[in-house]
Design a protein around this ligand. Structure first.
Ligand code: FAD
Length: 520
């Protein structure tokens, strides 16, 4: 009876939305879905927004799937429809520019679940050292499951409340990428629902083209329902160190030296190398600098050079309590080779889980102050290492003008750890940097914190790079015309297009990326 009522409600609601499209949805309902197809206003509202809070796209309905088959049924119905219906997977909705939204179709809410049925839980294959996870699983839950077996994934993002499918559709990077490559370099196998509604398993050996296309593929070729992720023995402790530089070239030389050690035995390299830029005002408004105790900013302020910019190298070494006696020597040996300001070493030891989950702590603080759910005009750039000094001069010491409105990350990566067959694009040099301007727009009345000001500054930065011949590639890219996308992909475009025609010929999937327009 309850099911009948629900079906009647769904169908009538959908008919109210649009008579034509309701026919497709009724078809879906007839096929039978184990999860839930919802038009509940709160589900629709959630799916209409994302972390960026810059765009809004309201779907007609939201599917909470429990299996690849649920998703395949919806995609097949969209594929068979002649009304340009779209389907967008949504992980945790932590995109900036509406990449997981759709206005003429269904959002598949991959993360979280509703009702009695649930998607499959992570399955750890301890001996083989991999884990099979549902595409909507959050990395924090992947970590918790694998730690039960003393294992953990090798490559991370800084923040763990992101879905596996969401980060694998981009790349998934953090301070381990120099060593292990991005998360997309640490996947053995995927199950994918293509834009034709087929459920395919793909790997290096099976449906290889689909496998590489989906990794970094911005959700264009299929919806990842299962990923098999490589694991390593988990450390239980981390020594987390921050040191400061006033000289940019000393800072980047040290970063590049540290990532060049990737092939060395694990006791002769750090496990994590990142860094960030501190402009004077950023000391106060930088949620990533929580390692510094409150009285330290006073001390740091005496270190500021006339340029007003300091650079912080952030490094970490994993260890087990059983090897704690050697960690001091190992760290000392590595630090001896670096040229930071000698009085500026900040060190802390913490549990591995707490280190990986560090941004969540900052999230809690920002949430309590109402500073988390604000617009985020983030700009993430990959910059060739040969041009990073120029970027420093023009942007950190130039355009930013001592105002940040949020953390600015900077760290290098080795291109040879990225599989060139994946869809993601990176600069054409062996080493490149991520520069992430992770800024929040505030309604504080201060012009430099306004959304308009930050958006203008982002445009200015991109224009500066263009004019200075700094061939940046955008990470978590966002463009609005196909020509811009073609420029972004460069010589990978033809392949990208070919794969789209093969696996999502009607352009049903992830239309929020605005690369392809759905066909009728
Ligand atoms: P969503 O925003 O839900 O989706 C993103 C895109 O992927 C959409 O196009 C969507 O359709 C598609 N998609 C989602 N799920 C699937 C699936 N199962 N199959 C196929 N396509 C799918 N990135 C890093 O690399 N490193 C970081 O350190 C990092 N830190 C971050 C910290 C914060 C606070 C935030 C907000 C973002 C951060 N990101 C980082 C960016 C993040 O990796 C991407 O925004 C990612 O897409 C977010 O995952 P999500 O699950 O929220 O994806």
């Amino acid at each position: 009876m309850a099911t009948m009522l629900l079906l009647t409600f769904l169908i009538s609601s959908l008919i109210m939305v649009t008579v034509g499209l309701a026919i497709d949805f009724m078809e879906i309902l007839r096929l039978g879905i184990d999860g839930q197809l919802s038009v509940d206003p709160s589900d629709v509202e959630t799916a209409s927004l994302d972390f960026g809070l810059l765009t809004r796209g309201q779907p007609l309905a939201v599917l909470h799937p429990v299996s690849a088959q649920d998703i395949a049924r919806v995609v097949k119905a969209a594929y068979g429809s002649n009304q340009g219906m779209t389907v967008s997977a949504r992980g945790h909705g932590h995109s900036i520019n509406g990449q997981a939204q759709t206005t003429n179709g269904v959002v598949i809410q991959m993360s979280g679940w509703k009702g009695g049925n649930k998607p499959p839980r992570p399955h750890v294959w301890a001996e083989e050292r991999y884990v099979d996870v549902w595409g909507g699983e959050l990395w924090i839950d992947v970590l918790k499951s694998t730690l039960e077996y003393g294992l953990a994934p090798k490559s991370w993002t800084d923040y763990l409340y992101l879905s596996v499918g969401g980060t694998l559709s981009n790349a998934g990077i953090s301070g381990q990428a120099f060593n292990h490559g991005p998360q997309i370099s640490n996947v053995y196998e995927l199950d994918v629902v293509t834009g034709k509604g087929e459920v395919l398993t793909c790997s290096e050996d099976e449906n290889t083209e689909l496998f590489h296309a989906v990794l970094g593929g911005l959700g264009q070729f299929g919806i990842i329902t299962r990923a098999r992720i490589s694991l390593e023995p988990a450390p239980n402790m981390v020594r987390w160190i921050r040191v400061l530089y006033s000289n940019f070239s000393a800072f980047t030389s040290d970063q590049e030296h540290l990532i060049s050690l990737h092939a060395e035995p694990s006791n002769q390299k750090f496990d994590y190398v990142e860094g960030f830029v501190i402009v004077a005002e950023g000391l106060i408004n930088n949620w990533r600098s929580s390692l510094f105790s409150p009285q330290n900013p006073v001390k740091i302020s005496t270190l500021f050079p006339t340029s007003g910019v300091l650079y912080c190298l952030e490094i970490a070494k994993n260890y087990h309590e059983s090897t704690a006696q050697t960690i001091d020597q190992e760290v000392e040996f590595l630090l001896k080779k670096l040229n930071f300001i000698s009085t500026s070493v900040f060190t802390t030891d913490l549990l591995y889980v707490d280190f990986l989950d560090r941004v969540h702590m900052a999230e809690m603080k920002l949430r309590s102050k109402g500073l988390w759910e604000v617009p985020h005009p983030w700009l993430n750039l990959f910059i060739p290492s040969s041009k990073i000094a120029e970027f420093d001069k023009g942007v950190f010491k130039g355009i930013l003008g001592n105002k940040t409105s949020g953390p600015i990350l900077i760290y290098p990566m080795n291109k040879n750890k990225w599989d060139h067959r994946s869809s993601v694009v990176t600069p054409d040099e062996g080493l490149f940097y991520l520069v992430a301007l992770l800024r929040s727009a505030l309604d504080s009345g201060e012009e430099t914190q306004s959304l308009e000001y930050l958006n203008n500054q982002n445009r200015q930065i991109l224009r500066y790079c263009d004019e200075a011949g700094i061939k940046v590639k955008r990470y978590l890219p966002h463009y609005t015309t196909q020509q811009e996308w073609m420029d972004h992909f460069g010589n990978k475009w033809d392949r990208f297009y070919e794969m789209k025609m093969e696996f999502d010929p009607r352009h049903i999937l992830a239309s929020g990326q605005r690369i392809f327009t759905p066909t009728f």
